[in-house]
Write a new protein. Structure first.
Length: 404
């Protein structure tokens, strides 16, 4: 037998075994059963086809997509982020202070949310609420650990009639390797294999649990956003929580809206992010170091969990680390899913000049996208301008023609 034929047969055999194993794994799906290891997974050099079921058949109808989405969710959690605890179901809010800000025409409230086993988990929450009766759309952001967003941004958010809800994701899970004695890890012990990004996404969900009990909040207009590692968490949170109408990761790159397979020099790769921040991910995600092509998913699959709800990414041309070519790639790949679901206008991206932050321009873009989505306002900008229009595409599949 020629070497090429042998390798081809070996490849096909490995692919068949892996698909069978993944199919078993995703149908059973208890968090404790580890999915097949990298040694059992076939290489997929291009971005994996999100429409291909684990058994090799392809999505044909919108109802099929729901089933495929469940498989993608299992793969994304099983390999990359780990599994979260179920919703705590017992979130309690304590208001610490409430002040009217007459210049801002808003009320600023400081709260503490407690939740989980024996209410052991708590997070600070700051709400800035426009004057008036509401109900208002709300922007949830977990980056209070880096300080509140700048006053000029808050002023714009309030002027546009949105509530800003800022919590501290590091209260939920400390952002360091040695984080087992606080937050969700202390409260739940070793029951779940969640890394920080998954724990933070869970935290977004608990803030939403509280917000939806408040009359001032329009439950149909919830936005999750965050910057960088906070953007990675916001993306996963929006992907998992179907109450979120619009998901807006900013500068999120590797493990966020970027791409693992398309990561040119000077951008953050899978190897780099896992080596520096192993505690952000499922503990076995490091098996893909040097084997990125064997990862059964890529970040377009994480994005696809959001569809057909809205997804908008904001980034900067100068933020090379966050990988513009890869973010463009995952945008184009995920757009196939949105188009298939008849929601092509619900995915967008925006690049500005400058570097790695979530600045006033990013918030202006977010608000423009949200105003169009929620209030049919005509935006002053386009949401489909590619950052590297001449870059080659790294996937050959396209969306199936939707059948009824
Ligand atoms: C590091 C890390 C990035 C992350 C960023 C941040 O640069 O490599 O993945 O997004 O920190 O959170 O600011």
């Amino acid at each position: 037998m020629s070497t090429a034929l042998f390798l081809n047969l070996r490849h096909q055999l490995l692919a068949a075994i892996a698909l069978a194993l993944i199919t078993t794994m995703t149908h059973a799906a208890p968090a404790s059963v580890p999915p097949p290891g990298v040694d059992k997974l076939p290489p997929i050099p291009e971005l994996p086809d999100p429409f291909k079921f684990n058994d090799g058949s392809r999505v044909r109808t919108k109802a099929d997509w729901e089933k495929r989405r469940a498989e993608i969710k299992d793969l994304v959690l099983g390999y990359e982020y780990g599994h979260p605890a179920p919703p705590a179901g017992n979130v309690v809010a304590k208001e610490l202070s409430s002040k009217d800000d007459e210049t801002l025409h808003a009320t600023v409230k400081q709260l503490v949310l407690t939740m989980g086993p024996d209410h052991k988990i708590s997070t600070k929450l700051e709400l800035t609420i426009p004057a008036g009766k509401g109900p208002f759309p709300v922007i949830v952001k977990g980056d209070l650990c880096w300080g509140k967003v700048k006053p000029e941004i808050i002023a714009e958010v309030i002027k546009r009639g949105y509530v800003l809800a800022e919590f501290d994701r590091t209260d939920i899970a400390a952002d360091k390797a040695d984080n087992r004695t606080t937050g969700v890890y202390a409260a739940y012990g070793d029951q779940y294999d969640w890394g920080c990004l998954c724990a933070w996404a869970w935290g977004f969900g608990r803030v939403v649990d509280y917000l939806v009990t408040q009359d001032i909040i329009d439950q149909s207009k919830i936005i999750d956003t965050g910057h960088s590692r906070g953007g990675k968490a916001a993306l996963l949170a929006g992907g998992l929580d179907e109450r979120v109408a619009l998901t807006v990761p900013n500068g999120s790159g590797a493990g966020g809206a970027g791409c693992f397979r398309v990561a040119p020099p000077k951008t953050e790769t899978l190897e780099i992010v896992i080596t520096h921040f192993p505690f952000w991910f499922q503990p076995n995600f490091n098996q893909f170091i040097g084997h990125v092509d064997q990862l059964p998913i890529d970040q377009h699959d994480v994005r696809a969990l959001v569809a057909p709800r809205a997804l908008f990414t904001t980034d900067a041309h100068g933020d090379v680390w966050a990988n513009a070519p890869g973010t463009q790639e995952t945008y184009l790949a995920t757009k196939e899913v949105f188009d298939f679901l008849g929601a092509g206008d619900k995915i967008g991206l925006s690049y500005r000049q400058g570097g790695h932050e979530q600045d006033a321009e990013d918030f202006a873009a977010l608000l423009d996208f949200a105003d169009q989505l929620f209030f049919k306002k005509t935006p002053a900008r386009k949401f489909d301008v590619l950052p590297v229009p001449d870059a080659p595409k790294h996937f050959s599949w396209t969306a199936p023609k939707a059948e009824k």
